[in-house]
Unconditional design. Structure first.
Length: 430
């Protein structure tokens, strides 16, 4: 018998944030595995991020999407976080669905972290099982949280208060990888004992790339026929990832000194790496490139471009750049996009990241590994880049699709559906 799950996501299409894609990808495949999805999200008219209307092409036909009433931040911006502004509206929508017995489960995918408690509220009032999906750790000691009365300090303290309440009684805890919830399960042992846990990457849908390829657009950030070797990094930079970025840029500088002709071929394009999603002047990479003397090799488009345009640029580049983090749990979704774009991947990742084995076993590119305390030397990065440029062995048809399929959006959804089935069989525990 088919069951229905309410997927609660602060952002959804037409928002182009990565977090919005989790619910979109799951909702495409859930019906294959016995679950009907209903997406409950904020009002797109109240999103702060620039919309990408063409994302509608990638939404599963017939998907029911309910846009909850959301407080606008115009003309006065009191609160930016969509989870705060859409919380009351999402609760009312979920309460209505529960009261009419239209749903069997509530799954909240975070961020926005402030939406997480809505699952338990529905559980307490209507008895429906609920779960929380971690796309990022909620309680995370980012740099600056130790300074009292700062925004980072307040956010951290609030997270420490809200998370234990929100997860208590959860039937299901999921995450992009086990490391994303490891700390929460240690702090809340009763959740570890009683909740079903399952971990699955974001994955990527081949249908997305097929739809974008059919558009046959030219990229606007570079000319693929200008004779340069174009590498592209698309996505935000995490706080723990800046040291990895600096290590890569230092490697470009070393390559410039040791093999200037090879360095002259390279153009590295950073997209969406600015201080905020919609700030065209929020450069974070270019200032570092200038300090290291590699500005001529680097371009930066600080604000995000649309998801459709991102996939198009990946497919028209020569290689995909993946820069990870000094946190071992970080598994960048860019790896899956790189594989489906049929372009080789050059990656710098934590040695314990699951993406390292994935790239190597699939023969999808080259990986330099790092740890919390040790980064590759500039010379090592330069040597790897030089070999990457000269390597002609990459064959997109030879990339092991079995390795990819196990981490695709369809397989991710299969794992979610199986976890939902198990969670529905467990008795309520709080």
């Amino acid at each position: 018998m088919t069951k229905t799950v309410a997927l609660v996501s602060g952002h959804f299409v037409p928002c182009n944030l990565v977090g919005a894609q989790r619910a979109r990808l799951w909702s495409r495949y859930l019906p294959e595995f016995g679950w009907t999805p209903i997406v409950v999200t904020g009002d797109p008219a109240c999103y702060e991020e620039r919309p990408d209307p063409e994302l509608e092409r990638l939404v599963a036909p017939g998907l029911r999407v309910i846009h909850a009433p959301t407080f606008s931040n115009r003309p006065v911006r009191l609160v930016g976080d969509i989870g705060v502004r859409a919380f009351a509206g999402c609760y009312r929508v979920l309460a209505g669905l529960a009261k009419r017995r239209e749903i069997d489960f509530v799954l909240v995918t975070i961020p926005s972290n402030f939406l997480a408690p809505v699952g338990r509220l529905i559980h307490l009032r209507y008895g429906l099982p609920f779960g929380i999906d971690y796309q990022d750790p909620w309680v995370n000691a980012w740099p600056g949280v130790e300074r009292p009365f700062t925004k980072a300090w307040a956010s951290y303290r609030l997270a420490c208060l809200l998370e234990p309440w929100a997860v208590r009684g959860a039937a299901l805890i999921t995450g992009m990888a086990a490391g994303y919830v490891e700390g929460m399960l240690q702090r809340n042992p009763e959740v570890a004992r009683n909740a079903v846990t399952a971990f699955m990457p974001m994955g990527t849908a081949p249908e997305d790339f097929e739809a974008v390829g059919a558009l046959d657009r030219s990229p606007f950030l570079f000319d693929p026929d200008d004779g340069h070797f174009h590498m592209i990094y698309a996505g935000a930079l995490l706080p723990a990832g800046f040291v990895v970025l600096d290590s890569f840029l230092a490697g470009l500088g070393a390559l410039q000194q040791t093999k200037p002709q090879a360095a002259a071929r390279i153009r590295v394009h950073f997209v969406g790496t600015g201080t905020s999603p919609d700030d065209p002047k929020g450069y974070q990479v270019l200032p570092r490139a200038r300090r290291m003397g590699v500005e001529a090799m680097v371009t930066e488009h600080p604000h995000r471009i649309g998801y459709v345009d991102t996939l198009n640029h990946l497919g028209k580049s020569n290689a995909i750049l993946v820069l990870g983090s000094t946190e071992r749990h970080y598994t960048p979704s860019k790896v899956f996009q790189g594989m489906l774009s049929r372009r080789p991947i050059f990656a710098m990742l934590h040695a314990e990241s699951t993406a390292v084995t994935m790239i190597r076993s699939a023969k999808a590119g080259q990986v330099l590994t790092l740890t919390e305390t040790e980064l590759p030397s500039p010379q090592a990065v330069a040597h790897a880049l030089s070999g990457f440029l000269e390597d002609r062995s990459y064959d997109p048809d030879a990339v092991d699709s079995a390795t990819y399929e196990s981490l695709s959006a369809r397989q991710s959804t299969r794992q979610l559906a199986e976890a939902l089935d198990r969670a529905c069989l467990k008795p309520a525990w709080a």
